[in-house]
Design a protein around this ligand. Structure first.
Ligand SMILES: Nc1ncnc2c1ncn2[C@@H]1O[C@H](COP(=O)(O)OP(=O)(O)O)[C@@H](O)[C@H]1O
Ligand SMILES: [Mg+2]
Length: 315
């Protein structure tokens, strides 16, 4: 069982320091600076461990009127086991939002709920609402194939198809029936440029994508994910299989791409979340715990749990 680091000095209180204007919904956290080995408590985390679903702490800077994705009281079960518990959150349009939390807390599940990839898992049941640009994605009338086209997705492990670099990038357009060479070529170049890999591959577009390095393959997968102009780009730990240099390139790319796309990224790397995202959501055991501007979550979080998680003191 995870427990408090009893030796940690506690200089920051849970309500944060001088916050100028908007105050988050601060829940009181009983945490005493601990020098005698007394158990200090993570009130919210303990409640969640008991099976409760406390209301999340959402900072007021998360503006619902700017939401591209609205998640309302969303629950998901894998057969009998509930993996997402009443999550409500608005994902801001045109921003990068990071999902963080210990392994198994439901980050990938939540991401896969947004493009309905969990539909492919047997025994999955959902309740609640997810809206994309105002329309509910779990409505019976929704065509899942066209929904997935509106959401580009990139996974942990690069997954180029065994075909040429060119064919990889334009694949989503081909299956959509696009045959015009000029259209495909233009889209291919545009996406490869946006994915910051054009210069490295422009002279070998006809060669197999499998010959690229891992980092190049992942940027290729990002190019493929954006070629059909999705509304949102979903990234599930896109750098976890990459070396530090390739990781840095992807991070730079995310910052550039976010000028045009909304990005939702799962990461277990706190520095990465801090570097690339505008908003951060901290999840625990399928619940949303604290959600707000990344700078606040990392510097003046409302909850002691968040403070300790982002600084690596638990989880
Ligand atoms: N396909 C699946 N079938 C059953 N349980 C699953 C499946 N995928 C994930 N889970 C469970 O759901 C919970 C959340 O998992 P996941 O979303 O992968 O977490 P994270 O991405 O935060 O590590 C975990 O308890 C995990 O074991
Ligand atoms: Mg995951």
């Amino acid at each position: 069982m995870m427990s408090m680091d009893t030796d940690s000095p506690n200089s920051t209180t849970s309500s944060g320091s001088a916050q100028d204007t908007a105050q988050p919904v601060v829940r009181p956290v009983s945490y005493e600076p601990n020098r005698r080995g007394n158990e200090a408590t993570y009130e919210v985390i303990e409640a969640i461990r008991r099976g409760e679903t406390p209301a999340p702490t959402v900072h007021p800077e998360v503006d619902p009127s700017n939401a591209i994705i609205n998640i309302e009281d969303f629950n998901l079960w894998y057969s009998e086991t509930q993996a997402i518990h009443s999550v409500s959150m608005n994902i801001s349009r045109g921003a990068v939002t990071a999902l963080i939390g210990p392994s198994g807390c439901g980050k990938s599940t939540l991401l896969r709920s947004i493009n309905r990839m969990n539909d492919l898992v047997e025994g999955v049941r959902v309740e609640g609402l997810i809206g994309l640009n105002g329309s509910p994605i779990y409505a019976p009338s929704v065509d899942v194939i066209s929904l997935r086209k509106r959401l580009g997705m990139v996974f942990q492990k690069p997954n180029p198809f065994p075909m040429s670099i060119f064919e990889n990038v334009v694949y989503p357009l081909r299956i959509d029936g696009e045959r015009r060479k000029s259209v495909l070529e233009e889209a291919c170049e545009k996406s490869l440029r946006a994915a910051a890999i054009w210069d490295e591959v422009k002279d070998r577009l006809k060669r197999s994508a499998l010959g690229l390095s891992g980092g190049q393959q992942q940027r290729l997968c990002i190019a493929r994910a954006i070629v059909a102009d999705p509304e949102v780009l979903l990234l599930d730990e896109p750098c976890s299989a990459l070396d530090p240099v390739a990781t840095l390139k992807i991070e730079e790319l995310i910052s550039e791409i976010s000028e045009r796309y909304t990005v939702l990224i799962v990461t277990h790397n706190m520095q990465q979340a801090a570097r690339v995202s505008d908003y951060t959501a901290f999840m625990y055991l399928g619940r949303l715990v604290e959600y707000g501007p990344t700078a606040k979550l990392f510097q003046t979080p409302a909850l002691i749990e968040t403070e300790h998680y982002v600084s690596g003191r638990f989880g």
